[in-house]
Write a protein that binds this ligand. Structure first.
Ligand code: MN
Length: 289
């Protein structure tokens, strides 16, 4: 199933080029009161809601995808985990370009030495919102990444079991201001995490470790690779992250970008595609107070 969130917090099932509004299925979610449990209630209950969603989608009117405003398919992740330098060719380009390298003037360190990092959950937007650049005088790069959405609580899980904790997959954009500050500062700006165009449930993805993907800016291809080229694989990333953080339903892992990162500026339009997920269009604007 392809699940999207659209317009004024509607939830939809995507089939071909149409959206079918299944928001009524959410009435079955348990009523919760403060303090709310961490994570995303819809993702936590996706398996039990899914039959009703399929039923509603069968009779709902078809809304053309081109007419809806796509929000992040996950509304309330407790955190966004991200993996640095996870494609060899990107690690090489980062070493060669002092503007990309995290620690300027130092040799880039291995992914094991760097560890995982966190992006603020409040940086998350959907594709239709787009990216609003915050520092007009600084380099802001696109990083297209396969995004994993966790489906059930995961703590210290074995690598062999790790993929069973995944609810689904989406396209992630880990937008990054280049510079010497900590990653959490440069990559957690409002709108610098994009998730979309929808969540594809794990059962429809097939093998997530062999998916082609690309990103274009204004129609020109900048990044292209395959998830098979990750240095640390998906299952190992989930297992690794779960040794440090409980992964809650709706938590997102951005699994690293490939070579070809480049700057964007207001007015640009990014188009991203991942095999078996689909394509999303993300405009870039200048941040306004
Ligand atoms: Mn990244």
């Amino acid at each position: 199933m392809k699940l999207c969130r659209f317009n004024d917090n509607r939830v939809g099932v995507v089939r071909d080029s149409s959206v079918y509004d299944v928001t009524a299925a959410l009435e079955a979610l348990p009523a919760i009161r403060h303090p709310f449990p961490p994570g995303d209630a819809l993702i936590a209950h996706l398996d039990t809601l899914r039959p009703a969603m399929e039923r509603l989608a069968a009779t709902a009117p078809a809304l053309p995808l081109t007419t809806v405003h796509l929000l992040s398919p996950v509304a309330n992740p407790s955190k966004i985990v991200a993996t640095p330098s996870n494609y060899h060719a990107h690690a090489v380009e980062a070493r060669l370009d002092p503007e990309i390298a995290v620690y300027q003037g130092e040799r880039a360190r291995s992914i094991r030495d760097q560890g995982l990092f966190l992006k603020s959950a409040s940086s998350l937007v959907g594709p239709s919102h787009g990216v609003a650049t915050r520092f007009p005088d600084r380099r802001t790069d696109h990083e297209v990444e396969l995004a994993v959405i966790i489906g059930r609580p995961a703590s210290c899980v074995a690598e062999a079991d790790a993929l069973s904790f995944v609810a689904g997959y989406a396209i992630g954009l880990d937008m990054s201001v280049r510079g010497k500050e900590d990653r959490s500062y440069r990559k957690s700006i409002d709108s610098y995490s994009v998730l979309g165009p929808w969540l594809v449930t794990a059962d429809e993805i097939g093998d997530p470790t062999n998916l082609d993907f690309w990103l274009k800016v204004n129609g020109e291809e900048k990044q292209a690779s395959n998830t098979a080229k990750m240095l640390v694989g998906l299952a190992e990333q989930i297992a690794w992250a779960s040794t440090m953080y409980v992964l809650h339903p709706g938590d997102i892992i951005m699994t690293g970008t490939c070579q070809g990162v480049s700057p964007v500026k207001p007015g640009d339009v990014m188009t991203c595609w991942i095999e078996r997920i689909g394509e999303m269009t993300v405009p870039v604007s200048a941040f306004e107070k």
